[in-house]
Design a protein around this ligand. Sequence first.
Ligand code: GAR
Length: 221
Amino acid sequence: MTRKRVGVLISGRGSNLQALVDAAQAPDYPAEILLVISNVPGAQGLARADEAGIAALAINHKDFASREDFDTVLNETLKQAEIDILCNAGFLRLHTPGFVRAWYNRHLNIHPSLLPAFKGLHTHERVLAEGVKISGCSVHFVREEMDTGPIVAQAAVPVLEGDTPDRLAARVLEAEHHLYPHALGLVASGAVRVEGKRVIGTTQQYRQSMLFSPALSGALY
Ligand code: GAR
């Protein structure tokens, strides 16, 4: 098995990065994490990469005159490292159209809602304000518009009485840590292809795994 060469883009804590790094320790995982780039110097995720022995660098977007200039350097750095698949893991910056084109269908993002609902920032606050009962997270291929693109897999997470944004975020994050390695595994192993707005799976493995619904343990009321 040839493992796909993966780069991860982060801006902060990097807990999803950690989940990907941990999953890629398994010898039969179809991807290896080879490069981590943060647009924020000093991001916690860079230290996680260092600790795992993965090349980690900060490319500060503030050092560039334009989004295009930043994305050009980002793209060149990834190309130089011969990255096959790019994963945004809490990378809180919009890409330029040219960058999106360069990584088309090889570029994933994780978002902490059941897309297409609740795109953007302050997701959990808005989920609670709308009174929805089920939230979750989604891994999707990146397109120009933020948090948009063909969905690879989603996990459903209950919203519970008394939830605060932080409590809900923590419950969703736990699901993210299962979902992202799973979704990257599907993409890296070639178990999916993109058809228009949809991700189509050809294997039984994929059909059974489009939606996670973490078991609800104990009574909810
Ligand atoms: C995660 O919850 C991720 O889904 C979210 O940022 C957090 C990063 O946490 N991403 C977005 O909201 C993208 N629109 P992490 O740095 O610990 O992985």
